[in-house]
Design a protein around this ligand. Structure first.
Ligand code: ADP
Ligand code: MG
Length: 378
């Protein structure tokens, strides 16, 4: 696992970040961005882009690839640093601490705010396992733009933030959604442990009932978690339950909704049986729940998801037997390379959230929104 050397962040200069952002920008159209393209995008006042790239390479923020031609791409760490820097500059947190967990497709770290509060960040890493999972469908690996791992990780973070916020507003026990940038979601730190690590529960009936009633209550607002299990339920010393991990949420009007719902319920029942030897025979019935099914679409629309984004994110997060069984994934629309290839970083300071949607969707953040503090200013 990757460790953050926050000191590196501190020693990166404004030019370093400009060039790093230029690589990100270049990846919109190039899997490997040629060095002169990076130079063109970065437009360093005093030149020296290649030297800066070497420095980024040394810190493993970019990767050098010369198999087809000489060029660079962001590493996970490089993308992490861009997101972290943006959030730090926004004042969301000031330090990155220890790793709290590793999920299937994410890493979670503690971060500290100015006033000493500890929060959690989740860095999404869609790409590796998920690309492998859908490889048979040929969409992502070959036909889609190479921008995908950045794009999809960002989409997952955006969706997770949107639903964490929505569920919080609806009174569900979820982490407080604080902010997000690129593939990074900032949320409150959940006390306790994932249920999977808990060996003993005092009031298992209460805990069980609480968990099942959350599943039902979610269906009532039109949502199904779809990965509701002992890894995604946190429990503290007072046996208070918090649910986490939302990028794969679907609507109760999804064609496989009932199966997903039943599967979530079954996971919990099975866990309680295996771990605590408690048997529950009754199952809530999906069809008898009164559902308001517009919720998902509304939330997605409100956070700027296009229909295509929705399909993409569903495809990538729902790559399980249930879905492939139906075999009806829509054919990937092989979009032609984007037309705004000539996009350049400008010198205006613009909050990325005020940028046109196309920019946002491409994960492009204006360099100046990074407001990097040069290394000797403190
Ligand atoms: P994934 O989608 O990769 O499964 P999760 O959101 O489930 O990622 O997070 C992975 C692990 O990180 C969790 O099982 C939990 O142990 C820890 N974790 C996640 N979010 C928090 C949080 N807000 N506070 C404390 N620990 C967390
Ligand atoms: Mg998880």
């Amino acid at each position: 696992t990757m460790k953050f050397d926050v000191n590196v962040l501190q020693y990166l200069s404004k030019d370093d970040f400009r060039v790093l952002t230029a690589v990100e920008l270049g990846m919109k159209t190039h899997e490997i961005v040629p060095a002169d393209r990076v130079d063109q995008l970065a437009r360093l006042k005093r030149g020296g882009c290649y030297k800066v790239l070497k420095n980024l390479l040394r810190h493993k923020l970019v990767h050098h690839d010369s198999t087809k031609y000489d060029g660079f791409r962001l590493t996970n760490l490089g993308y992490d640093f861009l997101a972290i820097k943006a959030l730090v500059n926004r004042g969301v947190f000031v330090s990155v601490g220890r790793q709290l967990g590793v999920g299937k497709e994410s890493v979670i770290y503690e971060v500290g705010t100015e006033d000493g509060t500890i929060l959690a960040i989740k860095l999404h890493r869609l790409g590796k396992t998920s690309f492998r999972a859908v490889k048979s469908k040929r969409d992502y690996v070959e036909n889609r733009t190479h921008f995908n791992w950045l794009y999809l990780s960002r989409l997952a973070a955006k969706k997770e933030y949107a639903f964490m916020k929505k569920l919080g507003d609806e009174g569900f026990p979820v982490p407080n959604a604080v902010d997000w940038n690129r593939h990074c979601v900032v949320m409150s730190l959940v006390p306790g442990y994932p249920l999977v690590q808990v060996k003993e529960i005092q009031n298992h009936d209460v805990v069980f009932e609480t968990i099942i009633s959350q599943i039902i209550h979610m269906a009532e607002v039109g949502l199904i978690h779809c990965d509701f299990n002992e890894f995604n339920i946190m429990i503290d010393d007072n046996e208070k339950v918090t649910m986490i991990d939302f990028p794969q949420i679907v609507s109760t009007s999804h064609r496989n909704a009932e199966m997903y719902f039943d599967r979530d319920v079954e996971c919990i029942i099975k866990f309680f049986r295996k771990r605590f030897n408690i048997h529950y025979d009754e199952r809530p019935s999906f069809s008898s729940i009164e559902k308001s099914s517009e919720c998902l679409d509304k939330v997605l629309a409100a956070s700027g998801f296009s229909k295509k984004d929705q399909e993409e994110i569903e495809k990538i997060t729902q790559t399980n037997e249930l879905n492939s069984e139906t075999g009806k994934e829509s054919e990937a629309t092989d979009e032609s390379e984007s037309s705004d290839d000539e996009t350049e970083a400008t010198d205006e300071a613009i909050d990325e959230r005020s940028l046109p949607d196309a920019y946002i969707e491409a994960g492009i953040i204006k360099m100046e929104s990074l407001r990097v503090v040069d290394q000797h200013e403190s």
